[in-house]
Unconditional design. Structure first.
Length: 206
């Protein structure tokens, strides 16, 4: 008799440094939140408790100040007073055990709720501004997001006003000492070249 039992692949997990010394990227060989992203900060524990069992559990570690979940990785932001050498192994074991359990890291419906919230908060653009905003979003999606995702972060369009693009930095990009340089030299420079209506790019608090 043939045994059709499916054997789950073992969970492997490793860490990657990010440009932000206060964040560390925990990468697994399995998808945690495929093709989606969820960002929770220290002041959003109630939101994490409602939508993300993984983020809720990670915030139980009192030194965890931010949790960003995307595809096959989790980026954790720690308290500046803590040393990664003292805490990374505990976090690594915890995340590995969570993934092995098969529990959902983020519940179904979270992304849709966030999209509704963002749509409600986002200004309505008309005429030429609407075309410019569409182009800016496309450029961010195509050229910027894949690069910052490699570093465990994300960039989200917030608004466009009189030539200034306002963005929200998430994950390892939030509070990163080098993010201001990346924003001005890399992102702003690219948007100015490819969309002449853009005069400046600024990061705002999400």
């Amino acid at each position: 008799m043939q045994d059709n039992k499916v054997t789950k692949p073992p969970v492997m997990l490793y860490t990657e440094q990010t440009p932000n010394p206060e964040t560390l990227k925990f990468v697994t060989n399995l998808m945690i939140y495929p093709r989606k992203m969820a960002d929770f900060k220290d002041d959003q524990k109630e939101l994490a408790g409602q939508w993300s069992p993984l983020a809720k559990a990670l915030f139980e570690f009192d030194y965890v100040k931010g949790v960003y979940i995307c595809n096959n990785f989790v980026t954790i932001t720690k308290d500046a007073d803590q040393d990664w050498a003292a805490i990374s192994m505990d976090l690594k074991k915890f995340i590995k055990t969570f993934v092995e359990s098969g529990e959902k890291a983020v519940l179904e419906g979270f992304e849709e709720e966030q999209e509704k919230l963002n749509a409600a908060q986002e200004e309505e653009y008309t005429g030429e501004d609407a075309e410019i905003v569409t182009k800016i979003k496309q450029l961010l999606d195509k050229y910027v997001r894949p690069a910052v995702e490699m570093d465990g972060g994300n960039i989200q369009f917030h608004s466009f006003d009189k030539g200034t693009v306002n963005v929200i930095m998430q994950g390892s990009c939030s509070g990163c000492p080098s993010s201001s340089g990346t924003l001005k030299v890399g992102i702003e420079g690219m948007l100015k070249r490819m969309c002449p209506e853009v005069k400046a790019v600024e990061a705002i608090m999400g």
